[in-house]
Design a protein around this ligand. Structure first.
Ligand SMILES: N[C@@H](CCC[C@H](N)C(=O)O)C(=O)O
Length: 278
């Protein structure tokens, strides 16, 4: 299988061009290629596919083989791949995802290759039934206490097509993400598990985020997570609607637009290409 390793803010995936390749068992392939000792090494697998309704389609699999509806850092890299490799020849493209059809704007560097991508991530879905979460279906979850082990965290939850649980902490670098992340990911409140974002407010326009990803563990960045964080910051009155999110692997420029959609701008980088025997 031919592949391209790409990363966006350090969130790295193995990308396969399914205009040319067929991947028969993406769950098994995701587990194999993601392994950092016995595989290629990545947070998961992303398939770049033809679409009947958009310029390109993305399917995304975590390193544990589970499929997610959406990947924010991944969709920027899909757009870069599609443009740089001649699948699309325009700088505003559409992509079909499990979270709907998204529109992306591409920004190229002096060599003509895409360096940065702005994505309309759509609106945050805020009710329990949309996230999904147990409880009153039409209720929002903003600053609601959740007991985990002997601690209580105040959580704010949103779906960006995939589920997110946001927790504000005083010192995110000292926080025990690997202890609490998996307990919240698998908490009975979340029937489809959840991604968990731990966030420190730096100022009204800047935050610092660490992410425990559903199906992958702690990663260096999460674009859908950053979108959920943007909504959570505003809903809790902690920041303006436009913020800089400093994630472990890089920065994302975020905005909750007046049209209700979240906009994310960030890097997309091709690391290397190769072939692997499956
Ligand atoms: N890193 C991604 C999200 C990947 C999927 C997630 N782990 C899930 O299962 O929903 C991003 O940049 O959004």
């Amino acid at each position: 299988m031919k592949f391209t390793k790409m990363q966006g803010a350090g969130n790295d995936y193995v990308y396969v061009n399914c205009f040319e390749e067929v991947v028969h068992d993406p769950t098994a392939v995701a587990i194999k290629v993601s392994n950092r000792n016995f595989g290629i090494g990545s947070d998961g697998l992303i398939l770049i596919m033809p679409s009947q309704v958009a310029d390109v389609r993305m399917r995304m699999f975590n390193s544990d083989g589970s499929e997610s509806e959406m990947c924010g850092n991944g969709i920027r890299c899909v757009a870069k791949y599609a443009y740089d490799h001649g699948i699309v020849a325009k700088k505003e493209i559409t992509a079909e995802t499990g979270a709907g059809i998204l529109t992306l704007q591409l920004f190229a560097g002096a060599d003509g290759k895409v360096e940065k991508v702005r994505v309309n991530m759509g609106p945050p879905r805020l009710t329990r039934k949309e996230i999904p979460m147990l409880g009153e279906p039409d209720e929002r979850v903003v600053n609601v206490p959740l007991n985990v082990l002997h601690s209580t965290f105040n959580i704010t939850c949103a779906s960006m097509g995939n589920p997110h649980c946001v927790i504000f902490v005083d010192d995110v670098d000292a926080f025990q993400v690997e202890k609490y992340g998996p307990l919240i990911e698998n908490h009975e409140l979340f029937p489809r598990r959840t991604n968990v974002e731990f966030v420190q407010i730096v100022s009204r326009t800047e935050v610092r985020q660490r992410t425990w990803e559903r199906g992958a563990g702690e990663t260096l960045a999460c674009g859908t997570g950053s979108s959920a964080v943007t909504a959570a910051c505003v809903l809790n009155g902690l920041t303006e609607k436009r913020i800089l999110n400093r994630l472990t692997g890089g920065d994302l420029e975020m905005e909750w637009g007046e049209d209700g959609n979240i906009y994310m701008t960030g890097p997309a980088v091709e690391v290397f290409t190769g072939e692997i025997n499956l």
